[in-house]
Design a protein around this ligand. Structure first.
Ligand SMILES: C[S@@+](CC[C@H](N)C(=O)[O-])C[C@H]1O[C@@H](n2cnc3c(N)ncnc32)[C@H](O)[C@@H]1O
Length: 214
């Protein structure tokens, strides 16, 4: 298989924690191999809204690839970005197991990723809050770069629950803050949910949204 991995060698220790998690058990996927509910949902919404059209998709913080591979399995050209080389390698492995190709698989900090094209679907599942204070400015840039009719699917950690032990470096939205960022867009789905992370016993909360630029 031809590798599409593009590597940015100028990465920081931000990647280390994810590298450790993703490398801990090479044969198993930290977040599983099943696509997230948000990925399945945005796929169904796109097919309803624009039947027969093939979207270009950007997955920011693709982790080990469960969603990027799902999008590739739809036959959609997907650009996937992650700061963890272990995540990128597992994404490529999962794609290979499904016999699909990630059009562009980029090992890079989201903040250094300079898109050369626009994407019909911008997808970021639990990744942008890792940017700290750069989270919302980055989201604004992504919104501006979304073409009319395009979708954003965004999941961010919120302040409702205690979150992980090391929350200090994260940008956690207040409940309602993510929706407020999308005033003027067509809101297709929003939720504020809390889950117990069984591995740690700690509660994490998330704001989630799928919206169409109109
Ligand atoms: C909670 S995981 C979610 C992974 C994936 N979206 C999923 O749901 O399976 C967060 C991911 O964001 C990536 N990430 C965090 N900060 C990043 C940054 N500045 N640039 C690129 N990726 C980043 C991590 O490496 C990790 O893979």
């Amino acid at each position: 298989m031809v590798s599409n991995i593009v590597i940015d060698s100028n990465l920081t220790s931000k990647a280390e924690r994810w590298d450790q998690r993703f490398a801990a058990e090479p044969g198993s996927w930290f977040f599983g191999r099943t696509p997230s509910f948000m990925a399945q949902q945005v796929t169904a919404l796109w097919n309803d809204l624009r039947p027969g059209e093939t979207p270009t998709v950007l997955d920011l913080g693709c982790g080990e690839g469960r969603d990027a591979v799902w999008f590739a399995r739809q036959g959609w050209p997907i650009t996937a970005v992650d700061i963890s080389i272990e995540g990128v390698k597992k994404t490529e492995r999962l794609a290979s197991e499904y016999g699909v190709t990630i059009a562009k698989l980029i090992h890079c900090d989201i903040l250094r990723f300079l898109p050369t094209e626009t994407y019909n679907i911008v997808f970021a599942g639990s990744s942008l809050h890792g940017l700290g204070e750069e989270c919302m400015p980055c989201l604004s840039r992504l919104q501006e770069a979304t073409p009319l009719g395009g979708l954003n699917a965004i999941r961010l950690m919120s302040t409702t629950a205690e979150g992980p032990e090391d929350v200090g470096h994260l940008y956690r939205v207040e409940p309602g803050e993510l929706i407020a960022q999308y005033i003027g867009w067509r809101l297709l789905d929003t939720s504020e949910n809390t889950v117990c992370i069984l591995r740690t016993g700690r509660y994490h909360s998330f704001s989630e949204l799928i919206a169409q630029k109109v």
